[in-house]
Ligand binder design. Structure first.
Ligand SMILES: Cc1cc2nc3c(=O)[nH]c(=O)nc-3n(C[C@H](O)[C@H](O)[C@H](O)COP(=O)(O)OP(=O)(O)OC[C@H]3O[C@@H](n4cnc5c(N)ncnc54)[C@H](O)[C@@H]3O)c2cc1C
Length: 340
């Protein structure tokens, strides 16, 4: 199928903040071959490109000048099934939550803790999505991507992806330089539930289930998330707007002296992750609005579009929150979504 260039495309419904933006040019790619065709194309190949999946981690502050490449590659298949694991190959355009539901429908547990995360499979490795005690990195076998300069299809194993906390090679050295076309996920056997996350443990203690199965974990994660996070269809948002800052023990202890109630979690490397939501709440920003943008009243990490906000208004709010946290705690919060 040939590539079709769409012009002057409204992106409002293609980003979960629901902020207005228009793409001068947009191309939808539905196969890895089309991605390579795009790179080799005499006209389109040389244009700067902005890759877009579901737009749930992208904030448009202006009309993108680059050509938007919307990744819509479908397909889920089992490529290996042995005593140690089932490995599935998933097209980058498949919806992440739809994939998690598919795995459970096909008796393949292992992704249930990551239920209800919006967006596409192709974007999942970019920031190494994570929730409820599990990260994508825990399940990745390899990632296929097309190099936007050479048009070559490369396969990166999990180690080569350099996954970190909301981080990967695709966000660093390969940022804007490749299009992920498919992801291979390894679902280990026997299945072991991941129940260490406090909210999940509390949920099962409350309903009196000692050994939940994968479907029960999936349902619990969806229920907890729906109660906690605003639905982008109702109130535009991109989930957590700030990453939880990681500090060393000295800094954490200094803050602890002044703020003994601060929420922090020890990491394996000796550093500490501070709860950004707690820092924001302590600065009095939870539930506060600045024009048409606001910090969500239930979850201080989430910034919302109260209706009609522009991307710039949301960034103005984010900067104000960041400045409040910096001046009270001396900590600089990092944005999680990609600001375009
Ligand atoms: C309500 C809500 C809850 C959320 N909860 C979580 C959560 O619990 N955990 C979490 O980690 N995230 C969470 N997110 C953030 C978001 O869902 C994830 O980051 C998701 O992976 C983004 O997918 P997307 O397709 O929408 O990405 P997009 O916003 O379209 O793109 C994000 C970035 O990835 C790049 N990209 C997209 N597709 C490709 C591709 N095929 N190849 C190369 N680069 C690509 C884009 O260029 C951009 O830089 C949440 C968001 C919302 C709205």
């Amino acid at each position: 199928m040939d590539l079709r260039l769409e012009t002057d495309v409204d992106l409002t419904s293609l980003n979960s903040f629901g902020v207005p933006a228009r793409a001068r040019a947009l191309v939808r790619v539905r196969t890895p071959r089309q991605v390579r065709q795009l790179v080799d194309h005499p006209d389109l190949g040389v244009r700067p490109k902005l890759v877009l999946g579901g737009g749930s981690n992208t904030l448009f502050v202006k009309h993108p000048e680059s050509m938007v490449v919307k990744v819509e590659i479908p397909g889920i298949s089992v490529v290996r099934d042995d005593t140690a694991a089932t490995v599935i190959d998933v097209g980058a355009g498949v919806g992440w939550h739809a994939l998690v539901a598919w795995t459970l429908d096909h008796g393949l547990p292992g992704l249930e803790n990551l239920a209800c995360i919006p967006g596409t499979v192709g974007a999942a490795p970019v920031q190494n999505i994570g929730a409820y005690g599990l990260e994508l990195a825990d399940r990745v076998e390899s990632v296929d991507a097309v190099d936007l300069t050479t048009g070559r299809l490369v396969t990166l194993d999990a180690g080569a992806c350099r996954f970190g906390y909301r981080d990967s090679l695709f966000k660093q050295a390969l940022a804007g330089k490749s299009i992920i076309t498919s992801v291979r996920l390894r679902l280990p056997k026997p299945w072991t539930p991941v129940l260490g996350y406090a909210d999940l443990a509390r949920h099962f203690a409350r309903i009196g289930v000692a050994a939940p199965d994968a479907r029960q974990i999936f349902d619990a994660v969806c229920e907890i998330r729906r109660a906690k996070l605003p639905d982008p269809a109702v109130l535009g948002n991109a989930g957590s707007f700030f990453k939880n800052p990681v500090v060393n023990r000295t800094i954490r202890n200094e803050i602890l002296e002044d703020f003994p109630e601060i929420v922090s979690y020890p990491l394996e490397d000796g550093n500490f992750k501070l709860a950004a939501a707690w820092l924001i709440d302590a600065c009095g920003w939870k539930g506060r609005a600045l024009g048409r943008a606001a910090v969500d009243a239930h979850h201080a990490l989430v910034l919302v579009n109260r209706g009609g906000a522009s991307g710039a208004e949301i960034v103005t709010l984010a900067d104000a929150v960041r400045e409040a946290v910096r001046s009270k705690f001396g900590i600089s919060l990092e944005f999680e979504p990609f600001v375009v």
